[in-house]
Design a protein around this ligand. Structure first.
Ligand SMILES: Cc1cc2nc3c(=O)[nH]c(=O)nc-3n(C[C@H](O)[C@H](O)[C@H](O)COP(=O)(O)O)c2cc1C
Length: 102
């Protein structure tokens, strides 16, 4: 079972978030949502006014309630968008087109 309230500790808290408007955030889907260390990450920095685009790998399921489960970890002026499930091997041009569309 998964404990949604757990907050595993980050080994590194020096990500240069302040200098970016759009952040790509990737993780494996666990129990239909992001692993809770992703909540820890979102709660560890100021993402005010930024856009966070998610990408994930999975064993076959989609994002499920991932966005919902992460929204509580950012302020309401932070936009979290579902982005892409990137299973398999998407081409560089496909990835580039997606990133440029954000
Ligand atoms: C604890 C745990 C829970 C998982 N839950 C899901 C799930 O809900 N849906 C799904 O499609 N895959 C699930 N998976 C499979 C992972 O998403 C998949 O193994 C991962 O994205 C592949 O990346 P990796 O090779 O880095 O593990 C789960 C894996 C683990 C270890």
């Amino acid at each position: 079972m998964s404990d949604k309230s757990s907050r595993p500790e980050l080994a590194d808290k020096s990500a240069d978030i302040a200098n970016y408007d759009t952040v790509l955030l990737g993780f494996p889907i666990w129990w239909y949502v992001a692993p809770t260390i992703i909540n820890t990450f979102l709660e560890s920095y100021d993402f005010s006014g930024k856009k966070i685009a998610l990408f994930a790998t999975s064993g076959g399921s989609g994002f499920g309630k991932t966005v919902e489960s992460l929204k509580g970890s950012v302020l309401s002026d932070t936009q979290i968008i579902e982005g892409r499930i990137l299973n398999g091997k998407p081409s560089e041009s496909e990835l580039r087109a997606w990133v440029e569309s954000l």
